[in-house]
Design a protein. Structure first.
Length: 263
């Protein structure tokens, strides 16, 4: 994809639906996945030779290539955010990078694949909700960020089964998978909350009260993930049960036409 990138000098932190709370959540997600997705690719590549199902091995390879595209695009957008020089953000991102490096050097393959599956089981649900809400199409959403996240949410839905299938294929331990849902989802939600706190405090001083996250918005942000989190940890959970609306296929076709290349 060849997205239009925000300019550093006129970056507006409230870019999604004219809501500071919503915008900081998307910003935190974009910063997180730019570090998560290289970890995903490395972790999947380590176990791909253990996969005895040829079709699944091909899906994992496609998944890795798709994730590599994601983080490269997010890095381009994140450059405008990081350039705003938020006090404390660099240190928080360094801690996140250290977490993933530690997972690669000190944890087992089962931990890493379980972590990825726990993350994907949450973001698949989130992607369906986001596309259904049409927040990326909101008239007060910066179309550059709307385009980026619309594309990313589509691809989360496209590869929704892969992490679950490889976990089941290699391990299949329900209780461990449920525990890793808790670990992975807590990890990203803590990071997103930290980013919102860091950025809002600075942006209120720079841009005024429109950048303040109200107490009720903080409460909603804490409560909204719970249905998705609990659903992902249920014994009968599988992404194969999701009913994907026809609009997803239409969006896929439209974005494919806009792609610089499609392989």
């Amino acid at each position: 994809m060849d997205f239009d990138i925000p300019v550093v000098d006129n970056f507006d932190p409230v870019y999604m639906a004219h809501s500071a709370a919503v915008s900081y959540n998307f910003t935190g997600l974009g910063l997180y996945v730019a570090l998560l997705e290289p970890f995903i690719v490395k972790s999947m590549r380590r176990v791909i030779d253990q996969i005895t199902d040829d079709s699944l091995r091909e899906e994992v390879d496609r998944f890795c290539r798709q994730e590599a595209q994601h983080y490269q695009q997010h890095e381009r957008f994140n450059a405008a955010i990081i350039a705003q020089d938020y006090p404390g953000l660099e240190a928080r991102m360094a801690k996140l990078a250290a977490d993933f490096e530690g997972f690669l050097t000190s944890r087992s393959d089962r931990f890493r694949i379980g972590f990825i599956e726990g993350f994907e089981s949450y973001t698949t649900q989130g992607a369906l909700e986001i596309l259904s809400s049409r927040v990326c199409d909101h008239p007060r959403t910066d179309p550059r960020f709307g385009d980026l996240f619309r594309w990313h949410m589509l691809e989360e839905i496209e590869h929704r089964n892969v992490a679950f299938d490889i976990y089941q294929h290699l391990y299949g331990d329900y209780l461990y998978r449920a525990g890793m849902c808790w670990v992975a989802q807590s990890h990203i939600l803590r990071f997103m909350a930290d980013c919102a706190k860091i950025m809002s405090a600075t942006d209120v001083r720079r841009h005024g009260q429109r950048c303040r996250v109200k107490p009720v918005e903080k409460l909603v942000t804490r409560l909204m993930p719970w249905p998705k989190r609990l659903r992902s940890m249920m014994p009968g959970y599988t992404p194969h049960k999701y009913q994907v609306p026809d609009t997803v296929a239409e969006l896929s076709a439209r974005l494919t036409q806009q792609a610089v290349s499609a392989t």
